[in-house]
Design a protein. Structure first.
Length: 316
C-alpha cells in the first residue's frame, strides 16, 4: 500500500452496488453526500437511506414493506423539518431522480429487517454507515456517550446484516463536544482499531474539491428550509472546511455553548464496521431488541454495571 492508495478507497474498488445510510438519523445522511458524489462519478450505483426524525406517515411515496418510504421531492409531509425530502430536491435540481429511503427510529431487530429489505431490493454488495460526529466510536464506558440510541441501533443491525462489504465513516471530529464527548477516547478508539487492522485511514474534504462544494450547496439548501432546526454538525463541518476555527458559531442554535471548530472536523475517518461492533461493550445488550424503549432500557441496564472512566483532556 503506497501513499497514493488510501485503504478505504482501495477497499471500495470492488464494491459496485452501495447503500449509504445515516447512522444517527436526520442530517447524518447528508454527511455521506461527498462520498455519494465521488462514488457515482466512479460509475458505481449508489442509494441513500436515512433514519428519519420526520413524520413519515404524512409523506407521499412508495411504501416498501411496513417501514420504508421512498422519499422524493414530491413527498410532501413535514414542512419545517424533512431533510430527506430537501436532499432529494437538491439532488434532483439537474433533473435526476434520487430518492432517500427513509424509516423511523426502531430497535436493531427491526432495523435489520429494513436493511435486509434494501439489500434484497437493490441487490446491494456494500453498506456504508455515516455518522455526523464521532460518538459512534464510543465503546460504552467513557464519561459520556453522546447520543448513542440511533447510532447503536444502526450499528447493531448492520453487524447482523449479511452483505459482502460493511464500513463506518465519521465526519465532524470535535463537534461532539456539544454533547460532552471526550475526544481523548475518540482517539483511543482510532488507535485500537488501528492495532486490529480495522482503521482504513482518513482524508480531508478541502474547499477546492467538487465533492465539498456539493456539500456546501446542499447544506445551505437544506438549512434554508429548516430555520431554527439547522444541523449543528453539518454547518460546523462546512464552516471548518472553509477555514473557520475555534469558538465559531455557524448557527444561532449553539450561541449559548462553546464550540471548537478545527481542521479535523472536515475529515472523513473510515473503519471496518466489524471493528466498531467488536469493541462496543454493550452491543449484545441491544441486538435482540425491537423497540426504542427496549433499547433505552438495554443501555441503562449496561450503564448500571460499569463505572465510567474519568474525563481526560488532550495533552496538547
Amino acid at each position: 500500500m503506497s501513499l497514493a492508495q488510501l485503504p478505504f478507497l482501495e477497499a471500495l474498488q470492488p464494491c459496485q452496488r452501495i447503500l449509504i445510510a445515516g447512522a444517527g438519523g436526520g442530517f447524518d445522511v447528508v454527511a455521506g453526500l461527498p462520498l455519494y458524489e465521488y462514488l457515482v462519478a466512479q460509475g458505481k450505483q449508489v442509494w441513500l437511506a436515512s433514519l428519519s426524525f420526520s413524520d413519515l406517515t404524512r409523506a407521499r411515496g412508495r411504501k416498501m414493506g411496513s417501514y420504508i418510504v421512498e422519499v422524493d421531492a414530491d413527498s410532501g409531509g413535514d414542512d419545517d423539518y424533512f431533510p430527506e425530502r430537501y436532499l432529494s430536491e437538491w439532488l434532483g435540481v439537474g433533473g435526476e431522480y434520487v430518492p432517500v429511503y427513509s424509516y423511523k427510529a426502531v430497535g436493531p431487530m427491526v432495523m435489520l429487517e429494513i436493511y435486509q429489505q434494501l439489500v434484497k431490493e437493490f441487490d446491494l454488495d456494500t453498506l456504508i454507515l455515516v455518522d455526523g460526529g464521532t460518538d459512534i466510536l464510543m465503546r460504552g464506558d467513557e464519561p459520556a456517550l453522546g447520543t448513542p440510541m440511533e447510532d447503536m441501533c444502526s450499528l447493531a443491525a448492520a453487524d447482523m446484516l449479511e452483505v459482502r462489504h460493511k464500513f463506518v465513516v465519521c465526519l465532524g471530529f470535535g463537534v461532539d463536544v456539544f454533547h460532552e464527548v471526550c475526544h481523548h477516547y475518540v482517539l483511543e478508539a482510532i488507535a485500537d482499531l488501528t492495532r486490529h487492522g480495522e482503521y482504513l485511514g482518513a482524508f480531508s474534504l478541502t474547499a477546492d474539491m467538487p465533492e465539498f462544494q456539493a456539500l456546501v450547496e446542499a447544506v445551505d439548501y437544506l438549512c434554508a428550509r429548516t430555520p431554527g432546526k439547522e444541523s449543528i454538525v453539518m454547518t460546523s463541518v462546512v464552516a471548518a472546511g472553509r477555514g473557520c476555527f475555534g469558538d465559531f458559531h455557524p448557527t444561532e442554535r449553539t450561541r449559548d455553548s462553546k464550540l471548537f471548530l478545527n481542521p479535523l472536523m472536515s475529515m472523513y475517518f473510515c473503519f471496518q464496521l466489524s471493528g466498531l461492533a467488536r469493541r462496543c461493550l454493550y452491543l449484545d445488550y441491544l441486538k435482540d431488541k425491537y423497540g426504542r424503549w427496549e433499547v433505552h432500557r438495554g443501555i441503562c441496564n449496561f450503564l448500571s454495571t460499569i463505572t465510567p472512566r474519568e474525563w481526560k483532556r488532550l495533552p496538547l
